[in-house]
Structure formats: structure tokens, C-alpha cells
Design a protein around this ligand. Sequence first.
Ligand code: GDP
Ligand code: MG
Length: 162
Amino acid sequence: PQPVLAVVGRPNVGKSTLVNRLLGRREAVVQDQPGVTRDRVSYDALWNGRRFTVVDTGGWEPDAKGLQASVASQAEMAMRTADAVLLVVDGKVGATGTEEAVARVLRRSKCPVLLVANKVDDQRGAGDIHDLWSLGLGEPMPMSGLHGRGSGDVLDRVLEAL
Ligand code: GDP
Ligand code: MG
């Protein structure tokens, strides 16, 4: 079986857009309205000749327990079932209480965790992401799921982690 990368994060941070970018094709459902249930969340990806599975946890929204608990349980599930976890943060917004709660869960994880600051569409947006070091998950990687900026670097790091 191929290794599995789980993509977690709050609704609307751009998980599905980023997953599409990592796949190199438009397949994961992107919604302006967060919290829409999708039935298909697993995709085959190929980078540098290596195959892996990408799981877009957006399919697990919504949840009655509230946003913070719901994203935290996404992360718990991801840790149990994936070989690496990619936490997506909206680089324009920064870390909210939800990211802090999720990071607390992920820091206990034995599987590798990668931190991506998404929506960094240009150099101007790259300056603010240093604050994300405070999550204790290592270096935040800037990326734009929308335009593709930084996606090759993220994919390289994903392969190292898997
Ligand atoms: P998800 O709920 O985390 O899966 O987020 P989506 O992928 O559905 O995206 C939510 C919204 O953010 C959509 O309107 C996207 O077009 C927008 N978005 C996603 N990625 C980017 C990005 O890299 N840059 C910008 N500017 N907008 C983005
Ligand atoms: Mg989504």
C-alpha cells in the first residue's frame, strides 16, 4: 500500500485547493461555503516518481461538537491513519485558537507533521508567517494553493516525511 498524507486544518484555509495543487489536477471539491460534506476524500498523487495517497479531511466537516473540537478530532484521526500530517493554516490570518489546539494534539504525534502557510500568493504575504513558529511544529512553509507558489518545495518535504 502507498504511504498516506493527511491534510488537516480549519474550514476555508484552502485545504481542497492545496490538495488539487499537490495532485496537479482539479479533483478535490473547492467550496466558498465551508462545511459541505463530500464523500470522496482520498486521491492518488505522484511526485518525483513516487506514489502516495492524499486525504483531504474537509470531507469530515461539519461537526456538532464545534469547530475547535471538530478540527482537533480530525487531527487525531489523521495521526492514527496517516504516515504524515500536513497542517494548513491561512497565512493571511495566522494561527487562531483552533490552530493552537490542533498543534497541541499534533505535537504529541509520532508521525511527522508539516506546517503550511497557505494563501501566500506573493512575496508580500511571506513576511508574516514567521509567527507560526510559535505552534511548535517546525518551520512554516509558505504556499499558494491558488497559484502554485511553493508547491514543489512542499511536495519535496512531503516525500522526505513519508
Ligand atoms: P477548505 O475549506 O480548507 O477546503 O478551503 P477551499 O480549498 O475550499 O478554499 C476556500 C477558499 O479559499 C476558496 O474561495 C478558495 O478559492 C480560497 N483559496 C484557497 N487557496 C488559496 C490561495 O492560495 N490563495 C488565495 N488567495 N485564496 C485561496
Ligand atoms: Mg475543502
